[in-house]
Design a binder for this molecule. Structure first.
Ligand code: SF4
Length: 352
């Protein structure tokens, strides 16, 4: 595995504007002696039109375009490689980040749906045992601009508007809370990508204080929790984070989220042979999630060459049948792109 950690980004004299929100771009414009509305125009070019070349921003005065070209960086990432699945539906991108390091982004097209799975950190230190990214450790948090560029680059490359964003790529999004929410706010903004809040999902392994903050701040986005076990003992075995925030605390925070009007929480459940796949596990989940406005995505494990295995089909069917006794919808998600290591928990920034 090759991971580039040396900074390759802007020099100290240049300012990175990709990732700034409208208020920040207005304030940057004012500092340049320009009216605030120039900042709004730059915001619309960058995120609404996906234009990062100042020469093309034809409603800006020539002098400002020149200053943007000379003093600002408007690009935060670039595509190093793209890998297409045999069906063509899934494309995995390896991106070089302006601030140093590489991440992967996965674009999945299914019918009219174009879902983008974005990364939020270079690596991750949460240490889930079944996850390829965990093996990298944490190198750093992404900036909002580096997250936004994953969207813009993939959308332009596929020439297809993104309809859904899931923060389920490399990293624990809630441990990079401010930048992740800033990027989500840009995706959602009416002058930027205009994605509905219900089309933006932030996933977490269970960072309880950050879920509480997300709820307290009344963030409008969807929340997904990587649950993966029905007891503290088995969860701790595969997700060390459970030792800090066990199931009771996690479910309390989940209920606080789901108790608000029109909120449904998603639980992701990676099914691992002999570990969390019995009908007893399913029965415990049914009891645990009773009365909670939720849905459960069951994800048969994708092999990453470790100690875990995907259960055999009859075991998957038995587990799902037992889980369907609960008062919540259950979906079995056969990860797209598992044939090219782009399924859930399989992203790791290797040089392809
Ligand atoms: S599953 Fe997510 S939180 Fe867990 S180690 Fe992997 S990237 Fe980090």
């Amino acid at each position: 595995m090759t991971v580039v950690t040396e900074p390759t980004g802007p020099t100290a004299t240049r300012i990175q504007l990709k990732g700034l929100n409208m208020a920040e771009l207005e304030s940057w414009s004012l500092k340049q002696g320009e009216p605030a509305y120039r900042g709004r125009q730059i915001f619309e070019w960058l995120y609404g039109q996906g234009v990062s070349d100042p020469a093309k921003m034809d409603n800006l005065p020539r002098a400002l375009r020149k200053r943007l070209a000379g003093e600002a960086d408007l690009t935060a990432a670039s595509i190093l490689t793209r890998t297409v699945s045999p069906s063509g539906a899934t494309v995995k991108y390896l991106l070089e980040l302006a601030g140093g390091g590489r991440v992967e982004t996965v674009s999945m097209v299914q019918g009219r749906r174009h879902t983008l799975c974005v990364s939020s950190q270079v690596g991750c230190n949460v240490g889930c045992d079944f996850c390829a990214t965990a093996r990298m450790g944490l190198l750093r948090n992404l900036t909002a601009g580096e997250i936004v560029d994953q969207y813009l680059l993939a959308q332009a490359d596929r020439r297809l508007a993104v309809t859904n964003v899931v923060f389920m790529g490399m990293g624990e999004p809630l441990l990079n809370y401010r930048q992740v929410l800033q990027a989500a706010d840009i995706f959602h903004h009416p002058k930027a990508m205009q994605l509905g809040a219900g089309r933006i999902t932030i996933s977490t392994a269970g960072v309880v204080p950050k879920i509480e903050q997300f709820v307290a701040e009344e963030r409008p986005y969807r929340l997904a929790i990587s649950l993966n076990a029905s007891t503290d003992a088995s969860r701790e075995q595969i997700m060390p984070i459970n030792a800090t925030w066990p199931l009771a605390a996690l479910l309390k925070a989940a209920r606080a989220y789901a108790n608000r009007p029109r909120r449904t929480i998603t639980f992701e459940y990676v099914l691992l042979a002999g570990l969390n796949d019995t009908p007893d596990d399913a029965a415990r989940l049914v009891a645990m999630l009773k009365g909670l406005a939720c849905k459960v995505n069951v994800i048969p494990y994708n092999d990453i060459g470790g100690i875990y295995r995907r259960p055999k089909r009859p075991a998957i069917d038995r587990f799902v049948a037992a889980l369907r006794k609960g008062d919540f919808p259950v979906l079995v998600r056969w990860s797209h792109g598992s044939d090219m290591a782009a399924g859930c928990g399989q992203l790791v920034a290797e040089a392809a």
